[in-house]
Design a protein around this ligand. Structure first.
Ligand code: 5RP
Length: 229
């Protein structure tokens, strides 16, 4: 798919994945997210693997990719803080608030992001939106609460469906399920995140407002734009 001029979405992802290397601090451990854009970053990170201590990863998939490239992966419990966490997004707005979880890794992503002083979001320009909510909002839930959480979203105008994989409910790295909620316009991401996170059975809502991006490297036809928040 070609997004802008001659650069495909895949090329834009490569561009920002490589650009993120400048935020990796030599001698330290870097926080690593999940997804196709992050995969480009992981591939680029391998070129400087001897100058970092390693990574804390937000998913089994990223851990496997990091290890296959010879990068040491630390457990999040072994690390008190990180200078930087680098991850993609499904949507990002002009304030650095994001929707994440398209890859079902939102809970671990929020945990690793919370360890980091800086969140560097890497995304192609299709992810930049005015108002969050066009991308179906992922919510990780405890299975026995899924139906009541679906009803609560319906009451606020959303349609929540259980994410499927191979004809069965998708099971996350944490052994839980994902609801994808369509039809929401999230105009106050901070309040929305705080509120939905209180619902019984919600593990993590995919709005990253309290753990928003500090900056975004946005892949565009003109090159990488840096947005600071
Ligand atoms: C995974 C995520 C990803 O960061 C998000 O889905 C973006 O993925 P991609 O880079 O493949 O577009 O939140 O849970």
């Amino acid at each position: 798919m070609t997004t802008s001029n001659s650069l495909s979405q895949d090329q834009l992802k490569t561009l920002v994945g490589q650009a993120a290397l400048q935020y990796v601090v030599p001698g330290e451990i870097v926080g690593v997210g999940t997804g196709s854009t992050v995969n480009k970053f992981i591939d680029a990170l391998a070129t400087m693997k001897d100058s970092i201590r390693g990574a804390v990863s937000s998913s089994v998939a990223s851990t496997e990719r990091l290890r296959a490239l010879g990068i040491t992966v630390f457990d999040a419990n072994e690390v008190e803080s990180l200078s930087v966490y680098i991850d993609g997004a499904d949507e990002i707005d002009g304030k650095g608030f994001m929707v994440k979880g398209g890859g079902a890794a939102l809970t671990r992503e929020k945990i690793v992001a919370a360890l980091a002083r800086r969140f560097v979001c890497i995304a192609d320009e299709s992810k930049l939106v005015d108002v969050l909510g066009q991308f179906p909002l992922p919510v990780e839930v405890i299975p026995m609460a899924a139906a009541q959480i679906q009803r609560r979203f319906e009451a606020m105008g959303g349609q929540a469906t259980l994410r499927q994989k191979d004809g069965l409910p998708l099971v996350t790295d944490n052994g839980q399920h994902i609801l994808d909620v369509r039809g929401l316009a999230i105009r106050d991401p901070l309040a929305f995140e705080s509120s939905v996170n209180q619902w019984p059975g919600v593990i993590t809502v995919g709005v990253f407002a309290h753990q928003k991006a500090s900056l975004c490297l946005l892949g565009t036809a003109q090159g990488v734009r840096t947005l600071e928040f």
